[in-house]
Design a protein around this ligand. Structure first.
Ligand SMILES: [Cu+2]
Length: 158
């Protein structure tokens, strides 16, 4: 019994790694598709003025889509819609570290000394986060409610 528990935890950890690897493959395919690159071309000077809106839905304990692409320096209205029958949380690992975030809607946001930590979104609720990504990279997000195992990735292109 003593040895069984750690084994189970390792298996779950590995599953997470495989899921993230899958997300990375999806990212690489999207980035290297010439059609996508061409369609998304925006003159450098226009980027800062042009905000965009992105919606992520939560359904059956999944974030849809689970990969979101943003651009560095571009303001985004990040909308989370909980269309599930239970409470969920949106926890961005490092994306919003020391970043100014305006939160509105019917969620319960939590802030720490380094800024935004997470927001709880009730069933049927909608939350809007307005922020500007300062750093390029791949940033995982997840729901930290016990047993939910929900995650996704926000990819910020430079
Ligand atoms: Cu959840």
């Amino acid at each position: 019994m003593i040895y069984r528990r750690p084994r189970g935890e390792n298996t779950i950890g590995l599953m997470k790694v495989f899921k993230r690897a899958g997300a990375l493959v999806a990212l690489v395919c999207g980035v290297w598709s010439p059609a996508v690159g061409f369609a998304e071309f925006v003159p450098a000077g226009a980027r800062d003025q042009e905000g965009i809106a992105v919606t992520v839905r939560i359904e059956s304990r999944r974030f849809i889509p689970h990969v979101v692409n943003l651009r560095i320096g571009q303001q985004v209205r990040f909308i989370l819609k909980n269309e599930d029958v239970e409470l969920h949380a949106f926890v961005p690992a490092n994306l919003l570290f020391r970043t100014n975030v305006q939160v509105s809607g019917d969620g319960a946001p939590q802030f720490g000394k380094d800024g935004f930590r997470r927001v709880l979104i009730p069933s049927g609720g909608q939350v809007e986060l307005v922020f500007t990504s300062k750093e390029a990279g791949s940033f995982p997000f997840f729901c930290d409610l016990p047993g939910h195992m929900m995650n996704g990735t926000i990819v910020v292109d430079g």
